[in-house]
Design a protein around this ligand. Structure first.
Ligand code: ADP
Ligand code: MG
Length: 340
């Protein structure tokens, strides 16, 4: 069969169109990454599509700026200025993160408290100079700790003398939200931001499927995998930042009531929700509360899922996760619903 010149041209045009569509699809799905170290943890930014390279560069700059402002060890950061007695504006970077932290303090009945720094400092977790403080030192620090010592002024915040704030329990989640928002504003529709144990996703995966986020097993491998659309998966654990003295282990999450490492039986607490900041604060709070109180709290505050590993190896998960949480084979026998 001989094709007419017209038919040949039409076929060629169709072929070219199909090729263009394929190329465009590949361009939209192309993965771009950026990895660096900030906020005391490895940061990995992944974004898809043609807007990604420029957006990622801006998101990295933003995370670094937030790190400088929120750090408790950088001398002229916003947090350091607040801790030195200066007033900070409510609508600045630190003011807004502190407002969110204070709100989470209210919501968690004080299990999360951003004004614990006088007590935290004694243990050396932010400086690396680890020590087990004497009880008298802890008592004195506790008298200066607690969100009641943060004063709201007309336009900002100021601390009572001796008080000190530390945003270590919410800063990475806050930064993950900011980075995701920045990527979206710069034209990205699909991305994953990961800062240590804080994962924040933007949109679904290219093509519409859910992301799969692994939850680390402190004994190696994964506790399980969480499927999520847009949202946050944040883990707080006692196996990453700790020191040992006289056979006893001390970690960086404190019980605000005692000023000592929280011993609630929890080894790791993972929170799944919409925003990274809230999930970050909440993962710290659930670690302090322990499985039973966490179950109560989660029942009264719908909108979050949780996976908690306790020191006996029991793996609790909230029922609302449904098929979106798949425990690892090795942990399946010890997995149970969190709650009554
Ligand atoms: P990580 O920083 O390892 O991801 P978390 O999000 O749980 O873990 O934050 C722990 C940090 O939060 C500590 O290093 C300290 O700065 C701060 N912190 C410790 N205990 C509390 C608490 N009860 N409430 C609020 N912040 C806390
Ligand atoms: Mg936290």
């Amino acid at each position: 069969m001989k094709l007419s010149r017209k038919t040949c041209l039409a076929l060629a045009a169709l072929l070219a169109l199909a090729l263009c569509a394929r190329l465009e699809d590949a361009r939209r799905k192309r993965r771009h990454t950026r990895a660096f170290f900030a906020m005391d943890t490895p940061v990995a930014l992944t974004a898809y599509g043609p807007a990604a390279p420029r957006a990622l560069e801006r998101a990295e700059r933003l995370v670094r700026r937030l790190e400088r402002e929120m750090s408790v060890t950088v001398a002229d950061s916003g947090v350091s200025r607040l801790n030195a007695g200066e007033e900070i504006p409510a609508d600045g970077t630190v003011g807004r993160a502190l407002s969110a932290a204070l709100e989470m303090r209210e919501k968690t009945g004080g299990a999360f408290d951003p004004a614990l720094y006088p007590a935290l400092r004694l243990w050396g977790f932010t400086t690396g100079k680890y020590a087990v403080p004497a009880q008298a030192e802890i008592d004195a620090a506790l008298r200066l700790s607690g969100a009641a010592r943060v004063r709201k002024t007309e336009s900002g915040f100021r601390l009572n003398s001796g008080a000190a704030v530390d945003l270590g329990g919410i800063g990475k989640g806050w930064a993950s939200d900011a980075a995701a928002d920045c990527l979206r504003e710069n034209g990205v529709e699909s991305a994953v931001v990961s800062l240590g144990g804080n994962v924040r996703t933007l949109g679904p995966r290219p093509g519409g499927a859910k992301w799969r986020v692994g939850v680390r097993d402190p004994e190696g491998g994964l506790l399980g995998v969480i499927a999520i659309g847009e949202g946050a998966v944040v883990t707080s654990g006692n196996y990453e930042r700790f020191f040992e003295k006289d056979g006893e282990r001390y970690w960086h999450i404190l019980d605000p009531r005692t000023g000592k490492p929280a011993r609630s039986g929890v080894v790791s607490a993972t929170v799944i929700g919409k925003r990274g900041a809230a999930c970050d604060a909440l993962s710290t709070a659930l670690f302090v509360m322990g499985p039973e109180k966490s179950a109560d709290w989660l029942r009264k505050n719908p909108g979050y899922g949780a996976v908690i590993l306790d020191e006996n190896g029991a793996l609790y998960f909230t029922e609302n996760l449904g098929a979106d949480f798949v425990p690892d084979e090795r942990r399946r026998a010890a997995a149970r619903v969190l709650g009554p």
